[in-house]
Write a protein that binds this ligand. Structure first.
Ligand code: FE
Ligand code: CA
Length: 528
C-alpha cells in the first residue's frame, strides 16, 4: 500500500499534539513540501536501521520512486526533507521523536538520520514521511546502557547474497526470529553478471558495475527484494563489506584485473559511495571522501558483548604474488611465493590492527566478537601441482597479520574471542590455534563461518579432502545456503547453522543443520 493521504499526516500531527514529547521540529514549516504528491511510491527501497548505540541508531531510506532509473531527477524535484518519526510502541501511538532529515540529491536522495537521546536497551519503531507518502514501518533497538548487566542477546549473521543465484529466503527466515540485530559480513551485492552457469533471476541491467550509476542500480535492485526489505524493517544492522561490493578479490587499490591503481580507485570511490547511499551507516563517520570510507567500528552491548566490526579490504596489502596471468585469489606455497610470509604485509592495515588490538585489550565485555569478511583459520589446500598451500585472498594469504592477531589475543586475553566470518559460501567451525601445526597447542579463539545467503558454494568433495590436513576444523558443509543465528548469554554462546531447503524456491523452508556452543572461558566450538 504505497500511498497515504494527507489526511493521514494530519492524524499523525493530532497524535503528536495529544501529548508526545517532540524534540525536533514537526511538519510545521514544511507545509508546501508536505502537500507534494508523488506520481509513484518513493519508498520502494524500504527502510533500515543500523549502528545501534545506548542512546540511538541510524535510520536509512532512499527516495526512489523509479528505483532502477539512473535519472536522479526522477524523485520529481522533491529533494527536501524526509521526516522520520520514531515511536515507543509498535502501533506508533506514542511518538517520541520526529526529525527532519534531508534526502540529498548528491547521494541519490538517500537519508541517513542519526537519532540520539533515546532510552537504552529497548525497541523503537519508525517510519519516514515525504510529501503525501509514508514509508513502511521499521523496528530498531538501542543498545543496553554502558556496563549494564545483560543476560541475553540474539543476532544473526549473513554474507554473500548473489541476487542472480537465488532468493533471499535466509533474510526472511532470520526476520521471523526477530534477532536483536543483524550483522552483514560482505558480498551484500555482487558487482558482476553471471555468465558461466544458469541463474534464477537476473541483474536487471546486465552489466558489470563500474560507474556510480551502475552500482546505485545494483543496490537499488537488491533493496527491492521483499525478503531483504523485511529483514531490514525487522532489526537493525551492523554492516561491513567484502570484495564484491567493488570487485572480486580486490585489495586496497589493486584490482584482480591489473587496472592502473588510479583508475581502480575511481571505481572504488563510485562503489563506496553507492554502498554509503544504500546502507544504514553513520552519516558523518562513514560518509566517503573520494575512495576512502571509514567503516570499521566498535559496538558495545552492556557488559555482555563487544563487536569489533573490521574492514578487510580497504587497507589490506596487495595480494601475494600479484601478477599476470593469475587473477584474484590463488593457492601458493611459501616456496612458490615467499612474499606470503613477509611480516610487513597486513590484512587490515597496521593502523586498523592497532585499533583492533586496543579494542580487544580494553574490552569490558564477557564476549568479544570480531566481525570479519574472510576466513581466518589456517586452511591448507591443494595447488594445481598437488602440494598443500594457502589461498591468497583470505587470512591464509596474510599469515603474519593473522599471527599478530592471535598473539595479541594470547597476550591480552580478552574474554571469549569469537571471529564471525563470511565469503567462503559454506559453514565451518574452526579452532584458532596458537600453533596451527601443533593440534595440542592452545585454542585461543573460535571462528564461526556462515554459509552464503544465495551464492554457490565451493566443491564439497574437493574441500572434504583438505580436512585431514586441517585438524582444527571441526565442521564443514558447502552444499547449503542460509545464515547463522546466535544466542548469547553470559555463560554460553549458541550458534545455529540455518540451512534453506532450496535457494531457487522463493518459499524455501529452513532448518537447523548443526548447532555449536562455546562455553564461557573455553575457546573452541563444541556440538550443542
Ligand atoms: Fe561471496
Ligand atoms: Ca568474497
Amino acid at each position: 500500500m504505497p500511498h497515504r493521504s494527507t489526511r493521514r499526516l494530519f492524524l499523525n500531527q493530532a497524535v503528536l499534539s495529544a501529548g508526545a514529547a517532540i524534540a525536533a521540529p514537526a511538519l510545521i514549516g514544511h507545509a508546501a513540501f508536505a502537500a507534494s504528491r508523488w506520481a509513484s511510491d518513493p519508498f520502494r527501497l524500504g527502510v533500515a536501521a543500523g549502528a545501534p548505540t545506548p542512546d540511538g541508531f541510524v535510520l536509512w531510506t532512499r527516495l526512489a520512486p523509479v528505483p532502477l532509473s539512473t535519472d536522479l531527477q526522477a524523485p520529481g524535484g522533491l529533494s527536501g526533507p524526509s521526516i522520520p518519526e520514531i515511536a515507543a510502541d509498535e502501533a506508533m501511538r506514542h511518538v517520541v521523536r520526529r526529525g527532519t532529515a534531508t534526502a540529498d540529491a548528491a547521494y541519490a536522495y538517500s537519508v541517513h538520520e542519526e537519532v540520539r537521546g533515546l532510552s537504552p536497551g529497548r525497541s523503537y519503531w519508525y517510519r519516514f514521511m515525504a510529501g503525501d507518502a509514508s514509508s513502511p514501518m521499521g523496528r530498531a533497538i538501542t543498545a543496553p546502557a554502558p556496563g549494564a548487566s545483560v543476560d541475553h542477546l540474539s543476532f544473526a549473521f549473513f554474507s554473500c547474497s548473489h541476487y542472480e543465484h537465488g532468493y533471499f529466503s535466509g533474510y526472511r527466515h532470520a526476520a521471523e526470529e526477530t534477532p536483536d540485530f543483524a550483522v552483514f559480513l560482505g558480498d551484500y551485492i555482487y558487482e558482476y553478471v553471471e555468465q558461466k552457469r544458469p541463474v534464477v533471476r537476473h541483474h536487471s541491467d546486465g552489466v558489470e558495475c563500474i560507474t556510480l550509476g551502475q552500482y546505485r542500480n545494483r543496490y537499488a535492485q537488491y533493496h527491492t527484494d521483499p525478503d531483504l526489505q523485511r529483514l531490514h524493517a525487522t532489526t537493525p544492522s551492523l554492516v561491513t563489506w567484502d570484495d564484491h561490493e567493488v570487485q572480486n578479490d580486490y585489495a586496497d587499490r589493486w584490482s584482480q584485473t591489473f587496472d592502473d591503481p588510479a583508475v581502480f580507485l575511481a571505481r572504488r570511490a563510485a562503489a563506496y559511495q553507492a554502498f554509503y547511499e544504500h546502507m544504514p551507516v553513520r552519516p558523518v563517520f562513514s560518509k566517503p571522501h573520494g575512495a576512502a570510507m571509514r567503516l570499521y567500528d566498535r559496538y558495545d552491548f552492556g557488559d555482555l558483548l563487544r563487536i569489533n566490526l573490521i574492514d578487510g579490504r580497504q587497507y589490506r596489502s596487495r595480494e601475494a604474488c600479484y601478477r599476470q596471468p593469475k587473477m584474484g585469489g590463488h593457492v601458493e606455497t611459501a616456496t612458490s611465493c615467499p612474499e606470503l610470509l613477509d611480516p610487513s604485509r597486513s590484512m587490515i592495515g597496521m593502523e586498523q590492527e592497532a585499533w583492533l588490538f586496543d579494542g580487544l585489550a580494553r574490552s569490558p565485555s564477557r564476549w568479544n566478537v570480531i566481525a570479519n569478511d574472510v576466513m581466518m583459520a589456517r586452511l591448507k589446500q591443494r595447488t594445481p601441482s598437488g602440494e598443500m598451500g594457502s589461498w591468497t585472498d583470505d587470512w591464509n594469504g596474510y599469515p603474519a597479520s593473522r599471527a599478530r592477531v592471535l598473539q595479541h589475543i594470547a597476550d591480552s586475553k580478552p574474554a571469549n574471542p569469537v571471529v564471525i566470518t563470511g565469503d567462503i559460501h559454506s559453514f565451518w567451525a574452526n579452532d584458532l590455534k596458537a600453533d596451527f601445526d601443533n593440534p595440542a597447542s592452545p585454542t585461543l579463539a573460535t571462528e564461526l563461518v556462515g554459509t552464503s545467503v544465495s551464492s554457490p558454494g565451493p566443491d564439497y568433495e574437493t574441500f572434504k579432502t583438505y580436512l585431514p590436513d586441517n585438524p582444527h576444523i571441526k565442521f564443514f558443509e558447502s552444499r547449503k545456503r542460509g545464515y547463522v543465528g546466535v544466542d548469547l548469554k553470559p555463560g554460553l554462546l549458541t550458534a545455529r547453522y540455518r540451512a534453506l531447503s532450496d535457494v531457487t524456491d522463493p518459499n524455501a523452508t529452513v532448518e537447523t543443520l548443526a548447532a555449536f556452543a562455546i562455553v564461557d572461558g573455553n575457546a573452541g566450538a563444541v556440538p550443542a
